[in-house]
Ligand binder design. Sequence first.
Ligand code: TXA
Ligand code: MG
Length: 350
Amino acid sequence: KTDIIKFKGNAKDKIYLKKISETLSDGGLVVFPTETVYGLGGNGLNKRACRKIYEAKGRPSDNPLILHIAENSQLEELVLEIPDVAKKCIEKFWPGPLTIIFKRSEIIPDEATGGLETVAIREPNNKIAHDILKSVNFPVAAPSANLSGRPSPTKVEHVIEDLEGRVDIIVDGGHSVVGIESTVLDVTVDPPMILRPGKITLEDLREIDKNITIDNATIDSKSGVIPKSPGQKYRHYAPRAEAICFGGRLDKVVNEIKKNIGENKDKKIAVLATDETYDQYKNLDIKLLINLGSREHLEEVASNLFDALRRCDEENVDIIFAEGFELRGIGLSIMNRLLKACSGKVVMRI
Ligand code: TXA
Ligand code: MG
């Protein structure tokens, strides 16, 4: 029922692209790659297509979608105004992993925005995404292409696992480069506020406007304290296993994790480690030891994170011990996801 398509770089691509654009125009659903994560796309100006997206994902209909566009020029008719700060962000970061929240125009249906008066818009930086978005004459609404509550998909295998049989087409674009979802910046409030941190960091955005703030709910970055997740709201990116994140000085973190491994001998354990620490866990009784990459290259860690959480599910582990990261730059974006993965469970502070 679901066609899985891979662009080959030859004449066949045109036929594929036509099929994708017809499917979207007919109100169908197409999963396509972006530089962040895969998106579950439908016509963002078509109520029925939007409703189908929520259905396919199993997502509550009050959680709004992001509209994806191919060119800046498409923005005008979708929003009421483009504040100066947004113009500067677009100039600097589009196409790229930055979603901007605007006051919406009347052509956007309630179904796309969960009834809000604002709309989220993004111009992704991925060749396949761009070609698809250019092939239709409407914005494509696309949440991450995972079943609601599961980690966002960064490989086509993840998409197939969650959505095969629930969508018309899945486009294979290989491994997502960024690997965590776009930064969401609300420019309808003054000062503008980051609602979700991503590869484009608070520090990056403050170069444009030093007053930009970040929603405290994403992580309490001022005190450097990792909040105990207040449950419900954070039920997201959740692996099936219990997950505990250990923050603080790295040597203490490693010791604490080792101690916990010793205390949980009856359980199937996964450890999310880094280049710097990996060897220290090697000879321990661990079902799944994952190296997320180097702490010197947090982009690498970000791009491996969701795949790691899914592997924990596949291996049916009971408990995940994850090393924490510094609450700044991309580290903050990684911690935002990790803490949600640890939903409702203890987060250690050292
Ligand atoms: O990188 C990404 O952003 C990916 C790719 C596919 O583009 N998409 C994605 O979509 O992550 P989704 O639906 O999983 O996340 C969209 C986020 C949600 O947290 C949603 O609540 C927020 O953006 N959002 C969307 N519209 C909003 C609005 N009008 N006001 C506030 N938040 C909004
Ligand atoms: Mg999502």
